[in-house]
Design a binder for this molecule. Structure first.
Ligand code: ADP
Ligand code: ZN
Length: 729
């Protein structure tokens, strides 16, 4: 039962400011509830906060300032507060940073008045126009039919507001009044039901019963690509709608949402709320508000949607649960899969983790009896799983700067003749991963990071994949100044496209790489075009591995199956296994059978063998045994502590100081390794060192880490981040 504070009562407010404590204020005129979002004075500024508890007092009450106003937003529920507290505790994140995640709504609390919006008008565009005007129209076209406020539209187009106004005068852009933040249309759980297969129905029944129980539970829904996992979990969503509770579906990639939204619309007769970085400010604001007020039944979104203020959350689906992009690697370091389970346990909700290639973590949780498991074994309809074969590259020597073996080329040619599609997979963006000087051997690196610059021929620049820094390709070597001796080494997708063009001059080739598309919408359009047969050969990075459905695609060629197996990362085997199985699963999704060919120099490698045989249980057992032996997640606990500063000496000194005072960690039996240079030793000019902490599964790691870190006072420009369950170790 949330408390209520009368006007003048002393209250503690948690703000979004980076302070290590809450601040005391007096409750405003009219009083306020615990959990209310408020605006409070802080020095000369006004900041956002939430009424957290009774004030602490113990000082001159006359000096305490009053809350400026209570914002027009539903107060934070007790469940949400518990979620933030426990998530903060788990990830060792300060509460203000958690609150920032939970209040990512532009204009939070603005009055719900009418507003003026702009959308595409009815008048045709004139033939001649300025660049600025064209940019505005491009935004409106890109977001087909959506309305924007004046400021948003101008900002997104990168033009001044007068340009937009000019277009309104011409009638090309329409200006209209719109009520703000309307509820989303209700979804109808029975709008259009598919007849499920027996296997699908059995799985759906279990999930439906779980949702109807209104209690917590997590289920791993495992099934080969195309087996109908989506179809099945949409039944769980339907059950959630019938129960009058809200549902959340998390997808790993924005590019997947468009297709998914169409599917939801087909199934439930209306479109749900969307939440990801591609959503406009206006829509974000509406989604945040409506989720809180119950005006949104279903949210489809990226990991940050977990922090929306759901009023009554009954189900969270984490699709492609093994996907590494669920791990937030910036700011608050959390894994959305784990946070989904935490949130659901607090909300008495169900979690469905869907994947064809589950993470070892989830697999271990099933083994331990913490998660239930449902398995779909067959592809829906006529589709059969692709045949998988290795191409032993030791038997197919290639001339330099060629990567497509004769065997693979032959298969591609046969597909072109049969009017079927081929996918060539190479997980490397750009033209060439390394640019080297043939005279002195110098490799061009980023000035700010410990990373090589990658040539992107399309952009005619070198790009750092760490920090995004770009520079022109120099005419002479920056080290020995030799002219015209810089050469690209190794393949990226752009370079592979050149080889493909030379081998198959008449084929229609489409390169799918995230950096070649200006917007998620453009990428989506291309994906649809390919699905409809608009390409003979698709060349792609890992964005093609995820969930897209290409009915005409019958051949997948993996250019370098060994790529992910290099390096010391303990998860390398798991990642490679998942990626290769996912990519191969793109072949033969409709009635035509598929073939996947893996080019490899080590066909006898256990991971390659497991990929080819498809014996997942066997793979997981071997992998689990190795991790158990090494005492690493999911059979042990780990944390990475990354210290960074512009001063390399200082950053190592502080690292050593921490390593010398491990008493709090020794007490729980944890070991500390390092300091050593972090996997990327320098990013954006900051030097990074890492300490790794390893503990037994049941050890209370977080409190010990907190005590350990608290012993050291960090110099001014230092940053310390704690990564619980790091992705690389
Ligand atoms: P997954 O999520 O496991 O990859 P999907 O749910 O996307 O599988 O199903 C693969 C394809 O088969 C989709 O086009 C889907 O519409 C179709 N499909 C699956 N189950 C059924 C069903 N019971 N009735 C009709 N179509 C189905
Ligand atoms: Zn860089």
């Amino acid at each position: 039962m949330p408390g209520f504070f009368d006007e003048g009562d002393l209250i503690s407010v948690l703000t979004t400011q980076p302070l290590d404590r809450t601040l005391d204020y007096k409750a405003p005129e009219g009083g306020c509830f615990q959990g209310a979002f408020v605006e409070v004075p802080l020095g000369p500024r006004k900041v956002l906060g939430v009424v957290w508890s009774e004030g602490e007092g113990g000082y001159d009450l006359a000096k305490v300032r009053s809350v400026i106003r209570v914002l027009d937003a539903a107060p934070m529920r007790e469940e949400m507060r518990q979620f933030l507290l426990r998530a903060a505790e788990y990830t060792l994140t300060p509460m203000p940073a958690m609150l920032r995640l939970a209040t990512r709504s532009p204009g939070l609390g603005d009055p719900p008045s009418m507003r003026i919006v702009y959308r595409r008008g009815t008048t045709e565009a004139p033939d001649r126009w300025t660049d600025a005007r064209r940019k505005v129209m491009a935004v409106l076209d890109d977001y087909g039919g959506l309305a924007f406020t004046l400021g948003e539209l101008a900002e997104m187009a990168g033009v001044s507001t007068t340009v937009v106004k000019g277009l309104v005068k011409q009638g090309v852009v329409a200006e209209e009044q719109s009520p703000r933040d309307t509820a989303y249309p209700r979804l109808d759980p029975d709008a259009s039901r598919q007849a499920l297969t027996d296997e699908q129905q059995a799985a759906a029944d279990v999930l439906t019963a779980g949702v109807a129980s209104r209690s917590y539970g997590t289920t791993l829904l495992k099934g080969v690509t195309g087996s109908g996992k989506t179809e099945v979990y949409l039944e769980a969503v339907a059950a959630c709608l019938r129960a009058g509770r809200q549902a959340l579906v998390l997808l790993p990639e924005i590019a997947l949402t468009a297709g998914f939204l169409n599917r939801v619309e087909d199934r439930f007769g209306a479109r749900p709320a969307e939440w990801h970085s591609g959503v406009t400010m206006t829509e974000r604001r509406r989604a945040w508000r409506m989720v809180g007020e119950g005006g949104a039944d279903l949210v489809v979104g990226a990991r940050s949607a977990l922090f929306l203020p759901f009023r009554d959350l009954g189900l969270i689906v984490v699709d492609e649960e093994h996907d590494t992009s669920y791990k937030q690697e910036d700011g608050v370091l959390y894994n959305a899969r784990d946070m989904a389970v935490l949130r659901a346990s607090i909300e008495n909700a169900q979690v469905v983790l869907a994947s064809a290639t589950p993470s070892l973590e989830s697999w271990a949780n099933v083994e331990a009896g913490k998660y239930a498991r449902l398995t779909l074994t067959t592809r829906f309809g006529e589709a059969v799983l692709p045949e998988m074969r290795a191409i032993d590259m030791r038997n197919e020597p290639l001339p330099s700067n060629r990567w497509i073996s004769d065997t693979l080329a032959r298969e591609v040619r046969a597909r072109i003749e049969a009017r079927e599609q081929s996918l060539l997979f190479l997980n490397r963006r750009g033209y060439a991963p390394v640019t080297i000087c043939r005279a002195c051997g110098h490799q061009i690196g980023c000035d700010h990071c410990d990373a090589r610059m990658v040539e992107h021929r399309f952009q005619k620049r070198l790009v750092c994949h760490q920090c995004g820094e770009t520079k022109p390709i120099p005419a002479k070597c920056p080290s020995c100044e030799a002219e015209d001796r810089l050469a690209p080494v190794g393949p990226g997708v752009e370079r592979l496209a050149e080889e493909v063009a030379a081998l198959f001059p008449d084929a229609r080739v489409s390169v799918l790489s995230s950096d070649l598309f200006g917007s998620a919408r453009a990428l989506k359009a291309r994906i649809e075009e390919i699905a409809e047969g608009g390409a003979d050969i698709v060349i792609g990075t890992q964005i093609v591995a995820k969930g897209h459905n290409f009915p005409l695609l019958t051949l997948v060629g993996v250019i370098d199956a060994d790529l992910g197996l290099q390096g010391s990362d303990l998860r390398a085997a798991e990642r490679t296994f998942q990626l290769m199985r996912q990519v191969s699963g793109r072949a033969g999704r409709a009635e035509r059978p598929g073939l996947a060919l893996l080019q490899t120099f080590q066909p006898e490698h256990p991971v390659i063998r497991a990929i080819l045989s498809g014996d997942e249980e066997e793979f997981w057992r071997t992998e689990a045994a190795e991790r158990r032996h090494a005492g690493v997640p999911p059979y042990g606990r780990m944390a990475g502590i990354v210290l960074s500063s512009t001063d390399i000496q200082q950053v190592f000194d502080v690292g050593k100081a921490l390593a010398a005072r491990t008493e709090p960690l020794r007490r729980i039996g944890a070991q500390v390794y390092g300091p050593a240079a972090a996997p990327i030793a320098r990013i954006r000019g900051r030097h990074r060192v890492r300490l790794l902490v390893k503990a037994d599964k049941g050890a209370p790691l977080q409190p010990a880490l907190a005590r350990w870190i608290a012993q050291i006072k960090l110099p001014g420009d230092f940053r310390l981040s704690v990564d619980i369950d790091p992705q690389t170790f």
